[in-house]
Write a protein that binds this ligand. Structure first.
Ligand code: ATP
Length: 603
């Protein structure tokens, strides 16, 4: 709700039936936001001064009302009215300027802090080990980055200012009320809480229903999203009618909850207006009698009513803002959790990776954190010379991709070590180590952007010519030329506008352009047609000549020319050697080769 909408004294302002993400039990997490506010302390002080100033001006308005009635309307000549009007005008002007400055500064702070928080959370998470995103759904993290930061933006940009302003006016107006008429004040002070109790009870019920209503609507949204994402499956199985019925059921459920909420809210609104008007009429009656009997002036009654309305509005706003504060505390808590996350892959190494060294696995043992009792690599030892091309083969699940994960330090071995030259990878600076490596993964990852951006992703400031030459080597240049905008063609989210084989060639070009010392190819040519694969193989032979290459491929034809083939099974090295040697002595390799040649013959 906007500040202005909330500032207006209305019957609905007394209730708090708003959208409600989880609340925190205490407001303590909000304290951590101070760290983000502190750099902008100048603006914070400016906003506080403007806030106190406007609250003061607002309170003085009551005196203006008294002047207007007693000396303006009831006076015998217009000079009293003139003075009262001038007074009101000056106050009005002061309030306008104060509110403008306050609104600008406070909203600025809200926007700035939420922007800083978003960046801080992203900057922290981008260094997390990849397994973090397996257990923490990236969708949930994204929603924290947007929804929670927006909540905090509202908190700083409006709720806190509203709370302080209303606390000030509440105290001020109460004091002035008592000064104006003690008897009436006491009556009001007893009556207001009594009338507010039923309103608060109703308000809570509405809020609960409001939560449920939001949840059901979110379910409707995600249901539709799932169906549209899998629309081909839905249509191919003729499930449209069934899906329509299921969706209709969800929609009706959401409607039923919304109807219950609206009913409660309507009752609440009527109730609130009735109580408010009852109170006002009672106050007028009692105050009016005092005026008739000369115990107070008409102006004093006017000022009193003004202060009473102010107290009522401030009270209602404060009870509403309290809910906002709790919600924001919940949001702050979740964001602070994200900010406090540290990567399990410690980047504490200070050594720079040497050049042209041997990469060696020394009795490495590793199990994925989610399956600690099932080792993916065990007692794994392997030395890879500089410039050597090594192919990893073995049945599915043998641990081939895991070898890559460990080389890239997405995980560290649980026992044993991986070394480059004499240095344990853990002692190298992560950046200097990863700089040496390029990975072409099984599922090439493309970003929304054009082809040039995607190929140039791993290189610093590459020229058009170098990007083109990498694309030529990856056998991608020709198809890029046929796209509407060539290298400037946009690929859509995750490269949806390219075929699997084309995506793979872009990923290859990216790896080639980054000119790595160590090239990791994970099924890098599996999606290519035979002709493209032949061309890419030729290019790879060229590229592999100058650097260390590790290849994972199920098709043995693609690894036959490697300097060495390492046969893996159940996380261990079973044997290693050339194709011919392995064909002679390794049962597992013979089996893999035989099955393949059989299946190729079938094809
Ligand atoms: P494929 O040829 O099918 O790609 P692979 O030889 O590359 O298989 P890996 O992906 O290294 O095999 O997997 C080795 C073992 O680790 C398998 O048992 C697999 O189920 C398990 N594994 C792989 N990734 C994870 C993960 N992220 N979390 C838990 N277990 C995993």
């Amino acid at each position: 709700m906007t500040e202005s909408a909330r500032g207006a004294p209305s019957a609905e302002g007394l209730v708090t039936p708003d959208d409600t993400p989880p609340r925190a039990k205490s407001l303590a997490p909000l304290r951590q936001l101070l760290g983000f506010l502190w750099p902008h302390k100048g603006r914070l002080i400016g906003a506080s001064v403007a806030l106190v100033f406007t609250a003061g001006a607002q309170l003085t308005l009551g005196y203006g009302v008294k002047m207007l009635i007693d000396e303006g309307f009831a006076g015998s000549d217009p000079s009293g009215l003139y003075q009262a009007v001038i007074f009101m005008l000056i106050i009005g002007l002061a309030m306008a300027v104060g509110a403008m400055i306050r609104f600008y500064l406070v909203s600025w702070l809200g926007e700035r802090v939420s922007a800083d928080l978003r960046s801080a959370v992203f900057n922290n998470l981008v260094h997390m080990q990849p397994s973090y995103f397996e257990s923490n759904h990236s969708g949930e993290i994204m929603s924290r980055l947007t929804t929670d930061t927006t909540l905090l933006q509202t908190l700083i940009g409006s709720s806190v200012s509203l709370a302080v302003r209303n606390a000030l006016t509440l105290t001020g107006a109460l004091t002035l009320m008592v000064i104006t008429n003690l008897k009436l004040s006491l009556v009001i002070l007893v009556a207001v809480p009594v009338t507010l109790i039923p309103i608060l009870v109703f308000g809570r019920r509405v809020r609960k229903l409001s939560n449920r209503s939001q949840q059901t609507i979110a379910e409707v949204g995600s249901h539709a999203g799932e169906i549209f994402q899998s629309i081909k499956v839905v249509q191919s199985f003729n499930r449209e009618a069934a899906e329509k019925a299921a969706f209709g059921h969800d929609v009706e459920q959401a409607f039923a909850v919304a109807r219950a909420r609206v009913r409660q809210r309507a009752l609440l609104t009527g109730f609130a207006i009735l109580l408010l008007m009852g109170g006002m009429v009672g106050m007028m009656w009692s105050g009016g009698l005092d005026v008739i009997e000369g115990r107070m002036t008409g102006g004093e009654l006017g000022a009193f009513v003004f202060y009473a309305v102010m107290v009522g509005t401030a009270f209602a706003t404060l009870s509403e803002v309290w809910g906002d504060l709790q919600r924001a505390a919940g949001a702050a808590e979740r964001l602070m959790e994200l900010l406090a996350e540290t990567s399990e892959i410690a980047d504490t190494g200070t050594l720079s990776a040497a050049s042209q060294s041997v990469l060696s696995f020394d009795k490495a043992h590793f199990a994925y954190p989610s399956r600690p009792s099932h080792p993916a690599l065990q007692d794994f030892s392997l030395d890879i010379e500089h410039g050597e091309s090594v192919a990893l083969v073995g049945p599915s699940g043998a641990g081939k991709s895991t070898v890559f994960e460990l080389i890239l330090r997405f995980y560290d071995p649980t026992a044993g070590a991986i070394k480059f030259g004499d240095a344990d990878l853990r002692h190298l600076s992560l950046e200097s180590w990863r700089e040496k490596i390029a990975l072409v993964p099984q599922q090439p990852a493309l970003f929304s952007g054009d082809i040039f951006y995607n190929i140039a992703y791993g290189a610093t400031d590459p020229s058009q010519a170098s990007v083109e030459s990498a694309a030529r080597m990856a056998h991608a240049h020709d198809f890029i030329q046929t796209l509407p905008d060539g290298y400037r063609s946009h690929l859509g989210a995750q490269g949806v506008r390219l075929s699997g084989g084309q995506r793979q060639r872009i990923a290859l070009a990216r790896a080639i352009l980054s000119d790595p010392e160590l090239l990791l190819l994970d099924e890098a040519t599996s999606a290519l047609d035979t002709e493209s694969e032949w061309h890419v193989q030729q290019a790879l032979t060229e590229i592999m000549r100058e650097r260390t290459t590790i290849i994972i491929a199920h098709r043995l034809s693609t690894v036959i020319n490697a300097d060495r083939i390492v046969v893996m099974d159940e996380g261990r090295v079973v044997d290693s050697g050339t194709h011919d040697a392995l064909m002679k002595r390794c049962d597992l390799y013979q089996r893999l080769a035989k099955l393949q040649f059989q299946s190729e013959r079938v094809i």
